[in-house]
Design a protein around this ligand. Structure first.
Ligand code: 3PY
Ligand code: MG
Length: 263
């Protein structure tokens, strides 16, 4: 079976860079896939993307060097199974609150006896290869998001979950969980401490640590901290930023950076 490039980078202790699709289009997914990222995530939670579009985007991504991943809309067995069958090589699950939720998520990603995933990797074969079944439980990446008050309180029991490959921080929801603005201030205050605590928990349990970053300085700081997987905004933010920059240059007006955040 095709090796999971993110797992390989993690084993070599090299940082993986992620791109993120929130526009429901196979063409934009393909463009992102050729953008130099190690992986590109199709976001079914907050992205303007539904399951049929996600299938075409996963197909488009598999023609590029970037490993196709998804963020599912919730911890839902059917949706996770369907997207894995469609060729997703990694799943990010939002709002994991405790070890029970983490176990349910991992179980949906793994074939028996390790889990309860149902068999039928229709498109998964095309991307993963004919020996998909023998390698899937090892190659498919399962990342649980820490971004709720309960998730933060229970981070150690979540990180200890067997078969969970890593923790992924959603800084906007995590900020809300801490009672602060969802525009993340990663440099100081409660979010900075929570990021350090989650990273330390991942390290204690030998798990990968990832984070969604909304700007280049944010991403650079997280790289310095030693995160294994750093996601660089999303393509909607790139479109907003580049169009503002071009239009402002021609109109001679200032760029309003508040309109080009990473969400
Ligand atoms: C968050 O910041 O809450 C996220 O889920 C990132 O997409
Ligand atoms: Mg979130």
């Amino acid at each position: 079976m095709r090796a999971n490039s993110i797992k390989q980078l993690f084993r070599k202790q090299q940082c993986a860079l992620g791109g993120w699709c929130s526009v429901g289009s196979p063409y934009s997914a393909e463009l992102m896939g050729h953008g130099g990222f190690d992986t590109v995530v199709v976001d079914l939670q907050h992205g303007m993307i539904f399951i049929e579009q996600a299938m075409t985007m996963l197909a488009a991504l598999s023609s590029t060097p970037a490993m196709p991943m998804v963020r599912v809309s919730e911890n839902h067995f059917f949706e996770i199974n369907k997207l894995l069958d469609a060729g997703a090589y990694g799943v990010i699950c939002p709002m994991i609150d405790d070890a029970a939720a983490a176990r349910r998520f991992v179980s949906a990603c793994r074939y028996p006896p390790a889990g309860t995933r149902s068999y039928g990797p229709t498109r998964g074969f095309l991307y993963g290869g004919p020996d998909y079944f023998s390698g899937a439980n090892d190659e498919i990446l399962a990342l649980g998001m820490i971004e709720t008050p309960l998730g933060l309180a229970n981070v150690d029991e979540i990180a200890a979950t067997d078969g969970l490959d890593g923790l992924f921080i959603g800084p906007a929801d995590l900020s809300l969980a801490l009672g602060i603005s969802p525009v993340p201030d990663w440099r100081a205050g409660p979010l900075a401490k929570a990021i350090d605590d989650i990273l330390a928990s991942a390290r204690r349990h030998g798990k990968l640590a990832g984070i969604f970053c909304t700007s280049v300085p944010f991403a650079q700081d997280m790289k310095k901290k030693g995160f294994d997987y750093i996601n660089l905004g999303n393509e909607a933010a790139y479109i907003r930023a580049a169009s503002q920059e071009w239009v402002s240059a021609l109109k001679g007006t200032a760029v309003d950076s508040t309109k080009a955040s990473g969400y």
